[in-house]
Structure formats: structure tokens, C-alpha cells
Design a protein around this ligand. Structure first.
Ligand code: PMP
Length: 401
């Protein structure tokens, strides 16, 4: 029995993509030039699908901090936080994050994926139920499988549907109920209707974990995310975030005011049994967090750019995935071959966006997904819109022939 045979459908899809003109699945960035430019296939390309929301990957202070950490602390910790990989800088970053987030406790994980894995499987056990929004990120689904908890899915962004499921679960409060929501959903860019979900929380009682991966640093007066924007931080029991987007490095965190929060350092296997982040990563993350605190204008710039791109796409008549403006600006395309062909044509024009296809998308939709950066100029945004316009026009011309 060939164990890889079950993945034959991926090979088939890869073949179809090659037939449609995609030379490589998984674009290779030959040279990265800036937060918004790279050389891809010999062409200078505008990057519009990086999640580099604040555009601080080339920030001088961050780079200097990383270089210094390499010089002083070496290339890696070579161990987990529970063993030899717990440096003063890891604890310092946790304290800085706690201050930024206005939470008592923070635990830093090696990636955002592991933050969800560790937090969710540390909180929920075999006797508990985890209620997941149907459009939850893969790391949230995986965390739920690892936890052994019962998984109940509710309709995307539908608090009434969650309420129905909670009402049906006649568990007399004997088992734990964890509801997981996301600040901004990564594919469509829509926010969770937090107030309505919290009304349900008040009625039925559950523990709320909010994954602010795409909203941390982006939304709210203090840049803390959706709960900050909505003025509902006190109602959120646990927050998860990642460093791979607005922080421009790699890593993740969990945060809470729960007095027993630190027990998760022993209960979360994704924390215990993996090496801690390298010194350079921790140092750049700390420096980036300082940038977010000291430069709130980055958020304003990001909002300005997101609004400009959203409006530009709407004016082109593209089918928007979401009416609300967020840095994720995604559009529906009718079918998989058209999406692949358009994505490829955009790359040939000189813009990189994300090709998003099932099973990684909600409702098996096919999308072209852009993420906007504060580092984009108005001219960059206009170029992205113009390249989409060219690709759409050439498809319409071909259809008319
Ligand atoms: N949560 C959400 C909502 C995400 O979109 C992602 C990644 N895109 C993660 C968690 C995982 O974060 P990371 O890629 O930093 O591991």
C-alpha cells in the first residue's frame, strides 16, 4: 500500500495548474527588495499578498536589534523554554507584550500556529466542547483535534447559530465550553461581530478565546485588535496573536488575566516540546512592538491604503468578499481555472497576490486575496488596481472573441 496514494488529488491539481500556465506552485521570491517589492522570475514585482501589514520587515531599528542579538546571544537557543531555551529576552518580550495588550500574563510561542495549538489544547480537554466558527483557521481546527475535545461548528459569524448550539448542549455546566473567534478572518477580511457574540456569552456562559492574528497591531485605538476596536477587551478571556504579520517576524503569543494562566506553560505541549524562538527573532519582535507603540500613524496609513484598494476594486466591479474595509481585500472569481489564470496573469503583469483555493477557503470559494501594507504608497495601490483592471479587461476581450 502506497501511503502517499491518498494525496493523488494534489498531484492532479498541480498538473492542472501547470497546464493553465503556472510555472511553479508556491512562488519563489528570488530577491526581496523591500516590504512591498521583490524580484520574481526576473521581474520587479509589487507585493500585495504578504500580510506585512505594518511594512516593518526592513525597519532599521528592528534589523539592528536582530543583528545585535545574533552577535551577543548566538544563532539559536537549541532548546525549549522549559529546558535550556529560556533567555531573559523571552521573558522581557512577554512583559512588553503584557503592557501593550494591557493583560496580566503573556506566554510567547515559537509560531502563531503553535500558539493556537498550545492555548486551545491546553484550555480544552476530552470532557470539554470547543465551538468553532466554520471559517476558523487550520491551526484552530488542528488545535481542537489535538485537545481531544468535542468539536461543534457554528455558521460563520452567526451568533444566533452559536446560541442554538449552546442551548442544545444540555450539559448543565458540567463540561467546559470554549468558543474560538477571529478578529479578522484571514480569507475574506471580515471581522467577527464581537458584541453580538458577547451577548450570547452573557446569556449562555462560555470561555472566549479571540485569535487576533490579523487584527493585532491593526485594529483599535491602541492597536490591540478587534476587542480594542469594539471596546470589549474585558469580555475576552484569552487572546492569541502572531508575530508573522504586523510584527514582521515569526512567533506567537497567548494572553490573559486569568490568575492560573501560567499553568499553560506546563499543560501546553506546543510550548513545552519545541525549541524557543531564536534570539534574533525575539529581539526583532521586541523592536517591532516598540514601533507599533510609538508609531500609531502606521495604522492610519494602513487604513488609508486598505480603503483605497477596496474602493478601487469595487469601482472595477469586482465581486468583493467583504463590504467592510480591512487590510485583507479579497475578491471572488467564478471557478478554479479562471482564478489560476488570473493569478498567473497578475504575476506576469508584475503584482503578487494570494491564490486562495479550496480546501483552504470558506464554502469552497475561489479567491484572489490581497493584503495591504502601511508601506504601500498611493501609487503602489493605484498600480495594483490598474493591473487588476488590465487582467479583467483582457479576460473580457477573450470571452467576447
Ligand atoms: N491564526 C490565524 C487566523 C492565521 O491566519 C494564521 C496564519 N496565517 C495563524 C493563526 C498562524 O500563524 P503563523 O503563520 O504565524 O504561525
Amino acid at each position: 500500500m502506497d501511503l502517499l496514494a491518498k494525496h493523488a488529488h494534489f498531484v492532479e491539481r498541480h498538473k492542472r495548474m501547470i497546464e493553465l500556465g503556472v510555472k511553479d506552485v508556491g512562488v519563489c521570491v528570488d530577491e526581496i527588495l523591500s516590504p512591498t517589492r521583490a524580484m520574481i522570475k526576473g521581474r520587479e514585482t509589487v507585493l500585495a499578498g504578504t500580510n506585512n501589514y505594518m511594512g516593518i520587515t526592513f525597519n532599521e531599528a528592528c534589523i539592528e536589534a536582530g543583528k545585535h542579538a545574533l552577535d551577543v546571544c548566538g544563532t539559536g537557543t537549541t532548546g525549549s523554554r522549559m529546558a535550556n531555551g529560556n533567555y531573559a529576552m523571552h521573558a522581557k518580550l512577554e512583559a512588553e507584550l503584557a503592557k501593550f495588550l494591557n493583560r496580566e500574563q503573556v506566554i510567547v510561542f515559537t509560531t502563531g500556529y503553535q500558539a493556537n495549538l498550545g492555548m486551545i489544547s491546553g484550555l480544552a480537554g476530552a470532557k470539554d466542547t470547543v465551538y468553532l466558527d466554520a471559517d476558523s483557521h487550520a491551526s484552530i481546527y488542528d488545535a481542537c483535534s489535538v485537545s481531544g475535545a468535542q468539536l461543534v461548528r457554528f455558521r460563520h459569524n452567526d451568533p444566533d447559530n452559536l446560541a442554538k448550539r449552546l442551548a442544545r448542549a444540555n450539559d448543565a455546566g458540567e463540561t467546559g465550553r470554549l468558543v474560538v473567534l477571529e478578529g479578522i478572518y484571514s480569507m475574506f477580511g471580515d471581522r467577527a461581530p464581537l458584541k453580538e457574540f458577547i451577548d450570547v456569552k452573557r446569556e449562555y456562559g462560555y470561555t472566549l478565546l479571540l485569535d487576533e492574528a490579523h487584527s493585532f497591531g491593526v485594529l483599535g485605538e491602541n492597536g490591540r485588535g478587534l476587542a480594542d476596536e469594539a471596546g470589549l477587551e474585558d469580555e475576552v478571556d484569552f487572546v492569541v496573536g502572531t508575530f508573522s504579520k504586523s510584527i514582521g517576524s515569526i512567533g506567537g503569543f497567548g494572553a490573559s488575566n486569568h490568575p492560573m494562566f501560567n499553568v499553560l506553560r506546563y499543560a501546553a505541549r506546543a510550548y513545552m516540546f519545541t525549541a524557543s524562538s531564536s534570539p534574533a527573532t525575539i529581539a526583532t519582535s521586541s523592536a517591532a512592538l516598540r514601533q507599533l507603540s510609538e508609531h500609531p500613524e502606521l495604522r492610519d496609513r494602513l487604513r488609508h491604503n486598505s480603503t483605497r484598494l477596496h474602493r478601487g476594486f469595487k469601482d472595477l466591479g469586482l465581486k468583493m468578499c467583504c463590504d467592510e474595509v480591512s487590510p485583507v481585500v479579497a475578491v471572488f472569481v467564478d471557478d478554479e481555472p479562471s482564478t489560476i489564470t488570473m493569478w498567473n496573469a497578475l504575476l506576469e503583469e508584475g503584482v503578487y497576490v494570494n491564490l486562495a483555493l479550496p480546501p483552504g477557503t470558506p464554502n469552497s470559494s475561489c479567491l484572489l486575496r490581497c493584503s495591504v501594507s502601511a508601506a504601500h504608497t498611493d501609487d503602489d495601490i493605484d498600480k495594483i488596481i490598474a493591473m487588476f483592471a488590465n487582467v479583467v479587461a483582457s479576460r473580457q476581450n477573450k470571452a467576447a472573441e
